[in-house]
Design a protein around this ligand. Structure first.
Ligand code: ZN
Ligand code: FE
Ligand code: FE
Ligand code: ZN
Length: 289
Protein backbone atom coordinates (compact mmCIF):
# COMPACT_ATOMS: atom_id res chain seq x y z
CA UNK A 1 0.00 0.00 0.00
CA UNK A 2 1.32 3.43 -0.85
CA UNK A 3 0.79 6.37 1.44
CA UNK A 4 2.08 9.28 -0.59
CA UNK A 5 0.88 12.43 1.05
CA UNK A 6 -1.53 14.54 -1.00
CA UNK A 7 0.10 17.64 0.56
CA UNK A 8 3.01 17.56 -1.88
CA UNK A 9 3.02 18.01 -5.65
CA UNK A 10 3.94 14.98 -7.76
CA UNK A 11 7.58 14.18 -8.31
CA UNK A 12 9.33 16.44 -10.76
CA UNK A 13 11.04 14.74 -13.70
CA UNK A 14 14.16 16.64 -12.62
CA UNK A 15 15.23 14.80 -9.51
CA UNK A 16 18.31 14.98 -7.35
CA UNK A 17 20.43 12.25 -5.77
CA UNK A 18 20.13 13.25 -2.12
CA UNK A 19 19.23 15.91 0.42
CA UNK A 20 22.16 15.46 2.76
CA UNK A 21 21.10 17.72 5.66
CA UNK A 22 17.70 17.56 7.39
CA UNK A 23 16.54 17.80 10.98
CA UNK A 24 13.80 16.34 13.15
CA UNK A 25 11.65 17.75 15.92
CA UNK A 26 14.04 16.22 18.49
CA UNK A 27 16.28 19.31 18.28
CA UNK A 28 13.52 21.47 19.75
CA UNK A 29 13.59 24.02 16.90
CA UNK A 30 12.32 21.95 13.95
CA UNK A 31 8.77 20.84 13.19
CA UNK A 32 6.99 17.93 11.57
CA UNK A 33 6.95 14.17 11.99
CA UNK A 34 10.00 12.20 10.88
CA UNK A 35 8.06 10.44 8.17
CA UNK A 36 6.76 13.75 6.77
CA UNK A 37 10.37 14.66 5.84
CA UNK A 38 10.77 11.35 4.04
CA UNK A 39 7.42 11.70 2.24
CA UNK A 40 8.45 15.21 1.17
CA UNK A 41 11.70 13.84 -0.23
CA UNK A 42 9.76 11.24 -2.22
CA UNK A 43 7.42 13.93 -3.54
CA UNK A 44 10.44 16.02 -4.57
CA UNK A 45 11.78 13.11 -6.62
CA UNK A 46 14.88 12.72 -4.48
CA UNK A 47 16.70 9.39 -4.61
CA UNK A 48 17.81 9.64 -0.98
CA UNK A 49 17.43 11.73 2.15
CA UNK A 50 19.91 11.88 5.00
CA UNK A 51 18.41 12.57 8.42
CA UNK A 52 21.07 14.60 10.22
CA UNK A 53 19.76 15.88 13.50
CA UNK A 54 21.99 17.91 15.83
CA UNK A 55 24.31 15.90 18.05
CA UNK A 56 23.65 16.26 21.80
CA UNK A 57 25.73 19.10 23.32
CA UNK A 58 28.46 16.60 24.26
CA UNK A 59 31.12 19.20 25.09
CA UNK A 60 29.06 21.11 27.65
CA UNK A 61 28.32 20.09 31.25
CA UNK A 62 24.82 18.60 31.71
CA UNK A 63 23.53 21.74 33.41
CA UNK A 64 24.19 23.66 30.16
CA UNK A 65 21.88 21.34 28.20
CA UNK A 66 19.42 23.30 26.05
CA UNK A 67 16.40 21.41 24.71
CA UNK A 68 15.86 24.13 22.07
CA UNK A 69 19.27 23.48 20.47
CA UNK A 70 19.74 19.71 20.38
CA UNK A 71 18.37 16.42 21.62
CA UNK A 72 19.43 15.30 25.10
CA UNK A 73 22.25 12.74 25.35
CA UNK A 74 19.91 9.91 26.31
CA UNK A 75 17.75 10.58 23.24
CA UNK A 76 20.51 9.68 20.77
CA UNK A 77 19.98 5.87 20.80
CA UNK A 78 16.24 6.38 20.22
CA UNK A 79 16.98 8.80 17.37
CA UNK A 80 19.21 6.21 15.72
CA UNK A 81 16.57 3.50 16.13
CA UNK A 82 13.87 5.73 14.67
CA UNK A 83 15.93 6.61 11.58
CA UNK A 84 16.92 2.96 11.05
CA UNK A 85 13.22 2.06 11.26
CA UNK A 86 12.45 4.69 8.59
CA UNK A 87 15.24 3.29 6.42
CA UNK A 88 13.66 -0.17 6.56
CA UNK A 89 10.11 1.07 6.17
CA UNK A 90 10.83 3.17 3.06
CA UNK A 91 13.51 0.94 1.51
CA UNK A 92 11.43 0.21 -1.60
CA UNK A 93 10.62 3.90 -2.23
CA UNK A 94 13.59 6.02 -1.17
CA UNK A 95 16.93 5.56 0.52
CA UNK A 96 16.92 6.96 4.05
CA UNK A 97 20.40 7.58 5.38
CA UNK A 98 21.35 7.70 9.06
CA UNK A 99 23.23 10.92 9.61
CA UNK A 100 24.19 13.40 12.28
CA UNK A 101 25.13 17.08 12.29
CA UNK A 102 28.01 17.11 14.75
CA UNK A 103 29.58 20.22 16.21
CA UNK A 104 33.34 20.46 16.02
CA UNK A 105 34.73 21.73 19.30
CA UNK A 106 38.51 21.85 19.72
CA UNK A 107 39.69 19.76 22.67
CA UNK A 108 36.66 17.46 22.61
CA UNK A 109 37.57 15.35 19.58
CA UNK A 110 37.95 12.12 21.55
CA UNK A 111 34.48 12.38 23.04
CA UNK A 112 32.94 12.95 19.63
CA UNK A 113 34.95 10.13 18.04
CA UNK A 114 33.61 7.69 20.64
CA UNK A 115 30.07 8.90 20.12
CA UNK A 116 30.30 8.54 16.33
CA UNK A 117 31.83 5.06 16.58
CA UNK A 118 28.89 3.82 18.62
CA UNK A 119 26.35 3.95 15.77
CA UNK A 120 26.17 2.87 12.12
CA UNK A 121 26.09 6.35 10.59
CA UNK A 122 25.94 6.75 6.83
CA UNK A 123 27.09 10.35 6.91
CA UNK A 124 28.44 12.75 9.53
CA UNK A 125 28.28 16.50 8.94
CA UNK A 126 30.83 18.70 10.69
CA UNK A 127 29.64 22.11 11.81
CA UNK A 128 31.30 24.97 13.63
CA UNK A 129 28.52 26.68 15.58
CA UNK A 130 30.36 27.02 18.89
CA UNK A 131 33.25 29.46 19.00
CA UNK A 132 35.12 30.10 22.24
CA UNK A 133 32.00 29.91 24.38
CA UNK A 134 29.36 31.50 22.14
CA UNK A 135 27.18 30.51 19.18
CA UNK A 136 28.28 31.83 15.76
CA UNK A 137 24.76 31.63 14.38
CA UNK A 138 22.42 32.30 17.31
CA UNK A 139 20.23 35.41 16.99
CA UNK A 140 21.43 36.36 20.48
CA UNK A 141 24.95 36.68 19.01
CA UNK A 142 24.08 39.50 16.59
CA UNK A 143 25.10 42.15 19.13
CA UNK A 144 28.62 40.69 19.02
CA UNK A 145 28.85 41.23 15.24
CA UNK A 146 27.52 44.76 15.74
CA UNK A 147 30.56 45.73 17.82
CA UNK A 148 32.22 46.79 14.57
CA UNK A 149 34.66 45.88 11.83
CA UNK A 150 37.52 44.86 14.13
CA UNK A 151 35.33 42.38 15.95
CA UNK A 152 33.86 41.07 12.67
CA UNK A 153 37.42 40.40 11.40
CA UNK A 154 38.25 38.67 14.66
CA UNK A 155 35.15 36.45 14.45
CA UNK A 156 35.86 35.41 10.85
CA UNK A 157 39.52 34.71 11.64
CA UNK A 158 38.59 32.53 14.61
CA UNK A 159 35.82 30.84 12.66
CA UNK A 160 38.20 30.05 9.76
CA UNK A 161 40.65 28.50 12.21
CA UNK A 162 37.99 26.21 13.67
CA UNK A 163 36.65 25.15 10.26
CA UNK A 164 40.18 24.16 9.20
CA UNK A 165 40.66 22.26 12.46
CA UNK A 166 37.34 20.48 11.84
CA UNK A 167 38.50 19.49 8.34
CA UNK A 168 41.82 18.20 9.67
CA UNK A 169 40.22 16.30 12.57
CA UNK A 170 39.19 13.46 10.28
CA UNK A 171 35.89 13.22 12.15
CA UNK A 172 33.62 14.42 9.36
CA UNK A 173 32.50 13.35 5.90
CA UNK A 174 31.01 16.72 4.95
CA UNK A 175 31.57 20.27 6.21
CA UNK A 176 28.27 22.12 6.71
CA UNK A 177 27.47 25.74 5.89
CA UNK A 178 31.15 26.51 5.32
CA UNK A 179 30.76 30.30 5.53
CA UNK A 180 28.16 30.31 8.34
CA UNK A 181 29.61 33.46 9.92
CA UNK A 182 27.92 35.46 7.14
CA UNK A 183 24.46 34.43 8.37
CA UNK A 184 23.49 37.87 9.72
CA UNK A 185 25.18 39.73 6.87
CA UNK A 186 28.39 40.79 8.62
CA UNK A 187 31.32 40.27 6.23
CA UNK A 188 35.05 40.83 6.69
CA UNK A 189 37.06 43.12 4.40
CA UNK A 190 38.42 40.12 2.52
CA UNK A 191 36.75 36.66 2.42
CA UNK A 192 37.42 34.76 5.64
CA UNK A 193 39.46 37.71 6.89
CA UNK A 194 42.13 36.90 4.31
CA UNK A 195 42.23 33.16 5.03
CA UNK A 196 40.02 31.79 2.23
CA UNK A 197 42.84 30.31 0.11
CA UNK A 198 44.32 28.66 3.21
CA UNK A 199 40.89 27.28 4.09
CA UNK A 200 40.22 25.88 0.60
CA UNK A 201 43.63 24.16 0.62
CA UNK A 202 42.98 22.68 4.06
CA UNK A 203 39.56 21.32 3.05
CA UNK A 204 40.94 19.84 -0.16
CA UNK A 205 43.87 18.22 1.65
CA UNK A 206 41.58 16.75 4.30
CA UNK A 207 39.36 15.10 1.69
CA UNK A 208 36.10 16.38 3.18
CA UNK A 209 33.12 17.10 0.98
CA UNK A 210 31.39 20.48 1.31
CA UNK A 211 27.66 21.04 1.25
CA UNK A 212 25.94 23.33 -1.21
CA UNK A 213 23.21 24.53 1.12
CA UNK A 214 20.11 26.57 0.37
CA UNK A 215 19.67 27.41 4.07
CA UNK A 216 21.57 30.69 3.79
CA UNK A 217 18.98 31.96 1.35
CA UNK A 218 16.37 31.65 4.11
CA UNK A 219 18.55 33.66 6.54
CA UNK A 220 19.22 37.44 6.82
CA UNK A 221 22.25 37.21 4.48
CA UNK A 222 20.01 35.84 1.69
CA UNK A 223 22.78 33.85 -0.01
CA UNK A 224 23.44 30.11 -0.27
CA UNK A 225 26.33 28.52 1.62
CA UNK A 226 29.05 28.72 0.36
CA UNK A 227 29.26 32.04 -1.55
CA UNK A 228 29.70 31.66 -5.35
CA UNK A 229 33.40 32.62 -5.33
CA UNK A 230 34.07 30.04 -2.62
CA UNK A 231 32.19 27.32 -4.55
CA UNK A 232 34.35 28.18 -7.54
CA UNK A 233 37.59 27.91 -5.56
CA UNK A 234 36.56 24.66 -3.85
CA UNK A 235 35.57 23.13 -7.18
CA UNK A 236 38.90 24.22 -8.66
CA UNK A 237 40.68 22.45 -5.81
CA UNK A 238 38.76 19.23 -6.53
CA UNK A 239 36.60 19.31 -3.41
CA UNK A 240 33.45 17.19 -3.83
CA UNK A 241 30.02 18.56 -2.99
CA UNK A 242 26.71 17.36 -1.61
CA UNK A 243 23.30 19.04 -1.88
CA UNK A 244 21.66 20.20 1.34
CA UNK A 245 18.55 22.06 2.41
CA UNK A 246 19.22 22.01 6.19
CA UNK A 247 15.44 21.53 6.39
CA UNK A 248 13.89 22.25 9.77
CA UNK A 249 10.40 21.59 8.35
CA UNK A 250 9.15 19.01 5.83
CA UNK A 251 8.33 21.76 3.30
CA UNK A 252 12.03 22.71 3.23
CA UNK A 253 13.26 19.30 2.04
CA UNK A 254 14.98 19.75 -1.32
CA UNK A 255 14.34 23.49 -1.09
CA UNK A 256 16.19 25.54 -3.73
CA UNK A 257 17.98 22.56 -5.24
CA UNK A 258 17.55 23.76 -8.84
CA UNK A 259 19.49 26.92 -7.94
CA UNK A 260 22.12 24.95 -6.03
CA UNK A 261 22.63 22.70 -9.04
CA UNK A 262 22.89 25.72 -11.31
CA UNK A 263 25.58 27.21 -9.05
CA UNK A 264 27.45 23.92 -9.12
CA UNK A 265 27.25 23.73 -12.90
CA UNK A 266 28.45 27.33 -13.18
CA UNK A 267 31.51 26.23 -11.20
CA UNK A 268 32.03 23.35 -13.63
CA UNK A 269 30.64 20.68 -11.30
CA UNK A 270 28.38 18.01 -12.80
CA UNK A 271 28.42 15.47 -9.98
CA UNK A 272 27.75 15.33 -6.29
CA UNK A 273 28.58 12.72 -3.69
CA UNK A 274 26.14 10.51 -1.79
CA UNK A 275 27.42 8.92 1.41
CA UNK A 276 26.51 5.43 2.57
CA UNK A 277 28.27 3.79 5.47
CA UNK A 278 30.47 6.90 5.55
CA UNK A 279 31.80 6.27 2.04
CA UNK A 280 31.09 8.70 -0.75
CA UNK A 281 29.89 7.63 -4.17
CA UNK A 282 29.60 9.94 -7.12
CA UNK A 283 26.17 10.64 -8.58
CA UNK A 284 25.15 12.78 -11.52
CA UNK A 285 23.75 16.12 -10.47
CA UNK A 286 20.79 15.84 -12.82
CA UNK A 287 20.25 12.28 -14.01
CA UNK A 288 19.92 12.17 -17.77
CA UNK A 289 16.64 11.12 -19.32
ZN1 ZN B 1 19.02 23.24 13.70
FE1 FE C 1 24.33 23.90 11.55
FE1 FE D 1 21.46 21.69 10.32
ZN1 ZN E 1 22.76 23.31 10.16
Amino acid sequence: MTSRSPLFPPASPLSFPCDTHTHTSRCGHAGGADKAYVEAAIAQGLAAIAVTDHVPLYWLPPDRDDPTLAMAADELPRYVDAVLALKARYADRIEVLLGLEADYVAGHEETLARLLDAYPFDVVLGSVHWLDGWWVDAPSSVERYRRGAVEVERIWDAYAGQVMAAARSGLFDVLSHLDLAKKFGFRPGRPFAGRQAELVAAVAAAGCAVELSSAGRRKPVGEDYPAPDLVQELAGAGVPFVLSSDAHAPAEVGWGFAELAAAARAAGVGEVVVFRGRRGRRAALAPAG
